[in-house]
Ligand binder design. Structure first.
Ligand SMILES: Cc1ncc(COP(=O)(O)O)c(C=O)c1O
Length: 442
C-alpha cells in the first residue's frame, strides 16, 4: 500500500473492518474508495450539511463531487426537508394505518406530470424500476424488454448480460456480472443505443411479438434527436407497449419534475428516486391509468414502502425545488464548473473530454485517466475539496464556493501539468489509481 500524507487513520481503520464484515465493502459501488483513490479517499462521513462534509478524522471538505450520487439535489441535511421529516418522525413515522402523505405525493407528482393518472411508491430506484417492468409485463402479457441506459441491479436488467457478453458495457458501467440471475431470463432484456434509430429497430425486431416494454433514461450524455423521439413514440404506439421513462437520475435537475417534460418524450410510465427524497429513501412509479391499473393484477407489496418519511421528504423536496427555482441555480452552477474545467485544462495544455448533461457533468483525461484523476482527487482533498471526475450540482452550491473550487482546481492542474511533462504523476500518487469497472475489492 502507498503511504499518504493525508490525515485519514480512522477512515482507513474502518475500511479495513468493513472489508472483513461487508462483502464488497459498501452497499453502493459508486461509494467504494477504489472508485476515487483508495488509500486517500475518506470513504466515511460523520457530518454533512449544505455542501460541507466532515470525515471520521475531522477533515472538512466542500463537496464538488457527485452530491450523494445525485440523491441530495438540494444539499446535505437541507433544513426544510429535515424539518418535514422530523415533524413526521415526532408524529409517528409508521403505524398499522397508512400515511396520508403518500396520497398527497401522488397528487403532486400527477399535477407536475399531467399525462399521468396514478402512482405507486417504493423506497429505492432499482426496486421502483422492477415494479414498473412487472406492471408492463402484466399489462401486455409479454416478456421482453427493450432498453437503453442504466436501470439498477435487478434480474430483469442484468439478464441482458446473459446473452451477449458485455451487452451492458456501453450502457453505463462495464463488467456488470449477471452471476445469480436465472439463466432462463436470457434474451428477455435487449439493449439498444441512445439516439441510434437503426440499433433501436434491431432490438425491437429481436423482441419480435414478445415485446413488453420500451425502457429508457430521458437523457444521460446527449440531448435526444427529434427523429429518435419520434421513432420511440411511433414504436411504443405501434406495438401497444408502455414507454417507461427512468427518471431516477434525470428528474428534478433541468425542470420541476421528469426531464422528459422538457425534452419532448411522452411516456406511459415514469420512475423517480434519488433527488425525490433529497437523500431520504423515496421512489415512485407514475403512469397512465390503462397500464398502472394492472398493478392490481400483480403481487407488488412491501411493508417499508408504507413508512412516512419517504413521502414527507419528497413533498418537502418538491415544494422547495419549485419555490427556489432550483433548476436554474443547478444549471448556472454546473455551467460555471464546465467552463472552469475546459478553460483550466486548455490553460495548462491538458487534454480532457467533458460529457454529461448540465447539471450532471463529468470529465476524463484523454491520456492516463485512472492515474491522473486519482492524483487530482488526492490533491483536491488536501485543499479541502471532495472532487473527482464527476460533478453533480446541488442547490446548496454557492457561487462563492465555486470561486474557491476554481482556485484549487487551477493550482492542482498546474502541478499536474508539470508532473505529466516529467512523467511523474504515478510516483506522486499516495493512493491507488481509480478503478473503472466492476471489480472485486479485497
Ligand atoms: C437511471 C437510473 N436507474 C436506476 C438506478 C438505480 O437506482 P438505485 O441505486 O436507487 O437502486 C440508477 C442509479 O444510479 C439510475 O441512475
Amino acid at each position: 500500500m502507498r503511504k499518504t500524507l493525508l490525515n485519514n487513520k480512522k477512515s482507513l481503520e474502518l475500511q479495513k473492518k468493513a472489508l472483513k464484515l461487508i462483502p464488497g465493502m459498501t452497499q453502493l459501488l459508486s461509494k467504494r474508495p477504489d472508485r476515487y483513490c483508495r488509500g486517500v479517499w475518506p470513504t466515511y462521513f460523520k457530518e454533512a450539511h449544505g455542501i460541507e462534509v466532515v470525515d471520521l478524522d475531522d477533515n472538512h471538505y466542500l463537496d464538488f463531487s457527485i452530491g450523494g450520487i445525485g440523491a441530495t439535489v438540494l444539499g446535505y441535511a437541507d433544513p426544510d426537508v429535515n424539518k418535514a421529516v422530523i415533524d413526521v418522525i415526532n408524529q409517528g413515522s409508521a403505524s398499522t394505518l397508512n400515511p396520508p402523505e403518500e396520497v398527497f405525493l401522488a397528487e403532486k407528482l400527477i399535477e407536475l406530470h399531467p399525462w399521468a393518472d396514478m402512482a405507486r411508491f417504493s423506497r429505492s430506484g432499482g426496486e421502483a424500476m422492477a415494479i414498473a417492468v412487472r406492471i408492463a409485463r402484466v399489462a401486455t402479457g409479454k416478456n421482453k424488454v427493450v432498453f437503453c441506459g442504466y436501470h439498477g441491479w435487478m434480474d430483469w436488467y442484468l439478464a441482458a448480460n446473459l446473452g451477449k457478453k458485455g451487452a451492458l458495457d456501453d450502457q453505463w458501467i462495464a463488467g456488470l456480472n449477471p452471476n445469480g440471475v436465472p439463466k432462463g431470463l436470457k434474451g428477455t432484456a435487449i439493449p439498444f443505443y441512445y439516439n441510434d434509430i437503426e440499433n433501436f429497430k434491431k432490438a425491437i425486431a429481436e423482441a419480435g411479438d414478445d415485446l413488453a416494454a420500451i425502457v429508457m433514461e430521458p437523457i444521460r450524455n446527449y440531448e435526444p434527436t427529434q427523429e429518435f423521439i419520434d421513432a420511440i413514440h411511433f414504436t411504443a404506439k405501434e406495438k401497444s407497449v408502455p414507454l417507461i421513462m427512468d427518471e431516477i437520475t434525470a428528474a428534478f435537475r433541468i425542470c420541476n419534475g421528469g426531464a422528459h417534460l422538457k425534452l419532448g418524450f411522452n411516456p406511459d410510465m415514469a420512475v423517480f428516486s434519488k433527488a425525490l427524497g433529497n437523500g431520504f429513501c423515496s421512489s415512485a412509479v407514475i403512469g397512465k391509468k390503462w397500464v398502472m391499473e394492472y398493478a392490481q393484477d400483480a403481487f407488488i407489496t412491501s411493508t417499508n414502502w408504507t413508512e412516512r418519511v419517504g413521502s414527507a421528504a419528497a413533498l418537502a423536496m418538491i415544494d422547495k425545488f419549485i419555490k427556489v427555482n432550483a433548476a436554474k441555480h443547478l444549471l448556472d452552477i454546473s455551467d460555471k464548473i464546465w467552463k472552469i474545467w475546459q478553460n483550466t485544462a486548455d490553460k495548462y495544455g491538458i487534454k480532457i473530454h467533458i460529457g454529461g448533461f448540465k447539471p450532471l457533468i463529468h470529465f476524463s483525461f484523454d491520456e492516463n485517466h485512472a492515474v491522473n484523476i486519482s492524483y487530482f482527487t488526492q490533491e483536491m482533498l488536501k485543499k479541502g475539496f471532495l472532487a473527482g471526475s464527476g460533478f453533480y450540482a446541488m442547490y446548496a452550491h454557492q457561487h462563492k464556493d465555486v470561486e474557491k473550487y476554481a482556485q484549487a482546481f487551477d493550482e492542482v492542474f498546474s502541478r499536474l501539468a508539470a508532473l505529466i511533462r516529467l512523467g511523474k504523476v504515478d510516483e506522486n500518487l499516495e493512493g491507488e489509481p481509480a478503478a473503472g469497472g466492476f471489480e472485486r475489492i479485497n
